[in-house]
Design a protein around this ligand. Sequence first.
Ligand SMILES: NC(=O)C1=CN([C@@H]2O[C@H](COP(=O)(O)OP(=O)(O)OC[C@H]3O[C@@H](n4cnc5c(N)ncnc54)[C@H](O)[C@@H]3O)[C@@H](O)[C@H]2O)[C@@H](O)CC1
Ligand SMILES: [K+]
Length: 467
Amino acid sequence: MARLPPGALMQRAVAGLVTVCTRRILRSGGYGARVVVLAGAGNNGGDALWAGARLARRGAHADAVLLNPEKAHAEGLTAFRAAGGRVVAVADAGEALAGADLVLDGMLGIGGRGGLRGDAAALAELLAAGRTAGAVVAVDLPSGVDPDTGETPGPHVVADHTVTFGTGKAALAIDPAAAAAGVVHHVDIGLAPYLPEPALTVLDDADVAALLPDPGRESDKYSRGVVGVLAGSAQFPGAAVLAVGGALHGGAGMVRYAGPDAVATEVRQRWPEAIAGPSPDTVGRVQAWTIGSGLGDGRGADVEAALAAGLPVLVDADGLRSLPSRFDGPALLTPHAGELARLLDVERAEVEARRLHHAREAAQRWNAVVLLKGSTTVVAAPDGRVRVNPTGTSALAAAGTGDVLAGLAGSLLAGRLSPLDAGSVAAYAHGLAGRRAAASAGYPSAGDVLAELPAVVRSLRGAVGAG
Ligand SMILES: NC(=O)C1=CN([C@@H]2O[C@H](COP(=O)(O)OP(=O)(O)OC[C@H]3O[C@@H](n4cnc5c(N)ncnc54)[C@H](O)[C@@H]3O)[C@@H](O)[C@H]2O)[C@@H](O)CC1
Ligand SMILES: [K+]
């Protein structure tokens, strides 16, 4: 802002917003469309009013509902009126919305805190009740969601599209706020050279491809890393089979399974390439441990033995009941919301409402990377870095998929990825496998997801031209 004439950034944002509306959303390109602008008192309202003005100049009929007429963005409102836009009273908003093709939600942007109140809340309610047949387009982010956390502290807009400016926001990546954003469109307004290190990142295919271990020409099964899997029980033998399966596809050169003979037999029947032994002490040397999936009760001593090795460790499911008070070495915890709630002694709903907050809190408390599974998987490191996984799918909400993830991420730990990289790469590939499995199986099982992992890893590694 210091380097540009006043209003220049806003005009870049508005140009991008109008382009998305006319090319992607309005079939007529804007001509003859009925547009309703909901404008708050801040710059977010300014964006929306300027966009309404541009659409009116293209032949749209534009109405604006001003939440705070005295404080409305002055230049934006002048431009809106000059272009032929009409201001309608809040009391008449329902009628305007009913006939709209496009609703621009410019009530609150990144300056919003604490959810919508008063008229703004009532307008969001009208939209939620389906009182418009038009597309609801959130300007920068859905009004009323918390920009930096993904929380929804009160009433908020639920949009069909969000056109966001300059950089991503936590609210567009983390549920429950992300669920209110609809399809997200990014508009570059030239901020990139001036932005600090992001507090939160979302990996893409190329990032993940670059992080995947690359077995060089000289590598052998030991140098690629050996992962130990302490999982499964007489009650849950399948968890061992799935975790070992995940581990076999994460790049480790060898998988050693530690568990009761009957379970080990099932594991070897499905995966003859796995080595098995009765306990962590006897199974042989490994470079990382995956602990906990389907372990059941009464295996605390085995968990302690695996943890005592001081190796990089992933702790999942039942293993989370035997955590040390703090980790000294590299550690990755993979709870779902219910497990994290138990660890932190809060309600599950509270964890789901504040995913980023609770993942960070646990990361600090245990000095471990915490991968909180769920609709938007969050991976938080104790040093404050956070990654949010973009590949999640409801297809992964099935028994056993977590066991696959634990094996996969443990294998990456053995391949010398840091816990943050191992967790975020595993979540990414696992999500893609879930999507592929859903495409072919409809309602995929954990086994279906596992079966898609090789194709996912192959296509990701192909993205960097791996030989
Ligand atoms: N910062 C930038 O470089 C740019 C910002 N732009 C736009 O500017 C927006 C941010 O503008 P502002 O900082 O003016 O913030 P907002 O437009 O989000 O609104 C802030 C105003 O709303 C009030 N407010 C906060 N929470 C409220 C609540 N719950 N209920 C009612 N009122 C509440 C605040 O007191 C403040 O007056 C961005 O989201 C984006 O749309 C764009 O024009 C592009 C450039
Ligand atoms: K908004």
